[in-house]
Design a protein around this ligand. Structure first.
Ligand code: MG
Ligand code: MG
Length: 268
């Protein structure tokens, strides 16, 4: 369908979906404690989405059976919540989305839980989150999406980590996944221009080992090929005439963007 350009009014609705996702992830974060199951984490997010009168865009997506993806340790993305019990030191990525009036939000966080986190896991999650903010900040100056991928990859290189090959961010709007792809690394070819009206999910996935992954026999769970741990952070962002606004953060991303000297402004 090509790139769907949004009006400021449509972006305002997407921001409503975004804050539902933010609240769902906050509940999921609280639920993700040692001894809880990944299904408990999912249920916490699902309750918030229902409470707010929104709908899950993950549930039933190509048959996906839950409201969130909960990916633990070597699982990078698309983990299916279930009876797995979270343990001290686990790296837990939670990806969640919601729909309000037909418009989608999509965001992900990573937690290192318990009392004895491996400092290298904390560094992994921190670098992935920093790379997400660097990629979002790059949208304010980038001519093309290549510069977003470069900003993300630079953070990975500095941290001696690897963006997972073959998994990318995306346009978002009346569907969760739209054109264009937003790569987390440099490519030779010219990617689309960054233009007002674009809404994009920026989502670096970093692995401590190599950049290669495998999909498990459940046909969903993506794990690092070498068994090393991975992190995933994501926000949905609106690009408009006056600047950018992070749709899945109620402050528009102000706190995360401050180190980059970027002040988000609402489109509406
Ligand atoms: Mg997501
Ligand atoms: Mg996404």
């Amino acid at each position: 369908m090509g790139i769907q350009f949004k009006t400021t009014a449509q972006m305002a609705i997407m921001a409503r979906a975004g804050v539902v996702v933010e609240a769902a992830l906050a509940a999921a974060r609280t639920a993700a404690v040692v001894g809880a199951t990944t299904a408990d984490v999912d249920a916490a997010a699902a309750a918030v989405i229902a409470e707010r009168g929104a709908t899950s865009n993950f549930l039933g997506y190509h048959g996906f059976p839950a409201t969130t993806c909960v990916s633990v340790n070597d699982e990078v993305v698309h983990g299916i919540p279930g009876n797995r019990v979270l343990e001290d030191g686990d790296v837990v990525s939670i990806d969640c989305g919601a729909i309000v009036e037909g418009w989608h939000g999509d965001s992900a966080i990573t937690l290192v839980i318990g009392d004895t986190p491996d400092p290298d896991d904390v560094a992994l999650s921190d670098a992935t989150r920093t790379a997400m903010w660097a990629g979002i900040a790059a949208l304010t100056t980038a001519k093309r999406l290549n510069e977003v991928g470069a900003a993300i990859e630079d953070v990975a290189i500095a941290a001696r980590l690897h963006p997972m090959e073959g998994f990318v961010g995306h346009g978002i709007g009346t569907e969760m996944h739209q054109e264009p792809d937003v790569l987390n690394y440099r490519v030779r070819g010219r990617l689309p221009k960054v233009q007002p009206g674009m809404c994009l999910a920026i989502e670096p996935m970093f692995i401590r080992g190599t950049d290669q992954s495998l999909t498990l026999s459940d046909e969903w769970t993506v794990v690092s090929a070498d068994g090393s741990r991975a992190a995933h952070w994501e926000h949905s962002v609106a690009v408009h005439e006056a600047g950018i606004w992070v749709l899945t953060a109620s402050d528009g991303g102000a706190e995360g963007l401050a180190p980059f000297g970027v002040v988000p402004v609402p489109a509406w």
